[in-house]
Design a protein around this ligand. Structure first.
Ligand code: HEM
Ligand code: HEM
Length: 389
């Protein structure tokens, strides 16, 4: 009755999902095989989760559309078993397109490392209510990988069949799913847009990623209006190893602080931390920290924080965006702190949550096993200062 083509909604969804899934599978294997020392790895996992969840939503929309619309009839020349095989393969795809991302979601939900999932870095996504555990994580990883191979296997049959229709049977089946001229251009535009977005997210576009701004320059050589009382101030890091919390301290750091509570635009914070001064309550840990695997003190004696903009978030509460550099890895972070200030003396208390592998800290496989050192590390400071201008 109707035309021999799929509706444009079905065609656009088919090709958008096909392209996304192929990139997702290639990206999945690529990120999985990256060495843990790669600073890209964490970001790629985050992107994989976001694109994967997008595929889940698109696939559900597509399934909904499909249930409400009849596909074009298959050519009457096809044998009954061929029609049955075609429909079975298509329903197989729907199952895999939905199961693969759900199982991916299950992996991150049961993973003992408990890394939050934020959709493209912005929208927090809850994890599925499943019990955490290493064996459950391994199980879902295995299933996730098998589902990806399942998609590739079915795709081989699917493309083979599509080409057979196109070149041997010469029927309408291939054309029924071919994009219109408009959709082709939209697809090319979409791919270019996605590549540009990916490049920006991966930090390949420094102008989009740069954060330093004028503040860093202004706070240069010794310029400061608050003098830090180092004997009263502390800079700590808190982590978890084998399920136990540990604390360490940087005994030696230097801060140049220009802070005007009523002129935040003219305020700035520069901190240099001597990585060799890190100490914990544990002898063994103290000997390991300066090594190449962790702070690599010889090559990178200093870690630095340079603020960009500082804003007030409440009564006596502030946030400073800035760049933290450890081992040469630069990342934008936000320090949240409260400030008690009686005019001449001030106490700032605050901190930030970091993912240590983003700074190349402890990236050998042995440190990444779930029962070893958690990826999330909290940095906390209490800085006492007196006004110096
Ligand atoms: C991972 C990639 C792909 C997935 C998941 C996928 C999935 C699907 C599904 C589920 C259908 C059935 C639509 C329905 O009736 O609701 C379909 C139809 C179709 N696909 Fe794909 N596809 C993929 C890649 C491709 C490629 C690369 C080609 C071309 C070489 C292709 C050509 C076709 C054609 C011609 C049809 C219509 C078949 C018919 O009416 O029986 N697909 N695809
Ligand atoms: C259609 C959607 C998806 C496809 C086709 C896909 C495909 C893949 C592939 C091929 C791998 C590499 C497997 C390996 O080498 O072991 C992988 C790994 C992974 N995927 Fe997905 N994925 C999808 C969606 C998701 C989603 C939505 C999430 C989480 C929200 C996710 C989380 C993960 C994780 C955590 C890994 C790493 C597992 C490991 O390191 O063994 N995936 N994915």
């Amino acid at each position: 009755m109707d035309s021999a083509r799929y509706s444009s909604v079905a065609v656009v969804l088919h090709w958008a999902i096909a392209i996304l899934i192929l990139c997702q599978i290639a990206g999945g294997f690529y990120m999985h095989n990256l060495p843990n020392t790669s600073p890209l790895k964490f970001d790629l996992y985050q992107l994989h989760k976001s694109f994967g969840l997008s595929i889940l939503v698109l696939s559900l929309v597509r399934l909904g559309w499909r249930l409400g619309h009849r596909p074009p009839a298959l050519p009457s020349a096809m044998a009954a078993w061929e029609k049955l095989a075609a429909r079975a393969a298509h329903w197989g795809f729907y199952v895999l397109m939905i199961a693969a991302p759900l199982v991916g979601w299950a992996i991150v939900s049961v993973s003992p490392t408990d890394i939050p999932t934020k959709y493209f870095g912005f929208i927090p996504i809850p994890h599925l209510p499943l019990a955490r555990g290493e064996s459950a994580e391994e199980f879902f990883e295995e299933v996730h990988e098998l589902l990806a191979y399942g998609i590739l296997g079915l795709l081989a049959l699917h493309v083979g069949a599509a080409l057979k229709h196109r070149f041997f049977n010469k029927d309408h089946v291939f054309q029924s799913m071919s994009p219109s001229r408009f959709a082709q251009w939209a697809g090319v535009g979409g791919v270019i847009g996605a590549l540009m977005m990916g490049a920006a997210l991966y930090g390949l576009a420094p102008p989009l990623n740069a954060n330093s701004g004028a503040a860093g320059v202004r706070a240069g050589a010794g310029e400061t209006n608050w003098q830090v009382a180092y004997d009263q101030s502390t800079l700590k890091f808190i982590g978890e190893e084998k399920g136990r919390r540990f604390e360490g301290e940087f005994r030696n750091f230097h801060a140049e602080i220009i802070f005007f509570p009523d002129d935040l635009a003219a305020s700035s914070i520069e901190v240099a931390v001597s990585t060799g001064s890190a100490a914990t309550g544990d002898e063994l840990r103290n000997t390991i920290l300066p090594g190449e695997e962790w702070f690599d003190v010889k090559a990178h004696p200093e870690a630095t924080f340079t603020s960009g903009s500082i804003r007030q978030t409440g009564d006596g509460a502030y946030e400073a965006d800035g760049v933290l550099t450890i081992k040469g890895f630069e990342k934008d972070i936000t320090l949240a702190f409260t400030l008690e200030n009686d005019g001449d003396r001030a106490v700032a208390i605050g901190g930030a949550d970091l993912i240590r592998t983003q700074f190349g800290l402890g990236t050998a496989a042995s440190w990444l096993e779930e029962e070893e050192v958690q990826l999330g590390v909290r940095v906390e400071f209490e800085v006492h200062a007196t006004r110096a201008d």
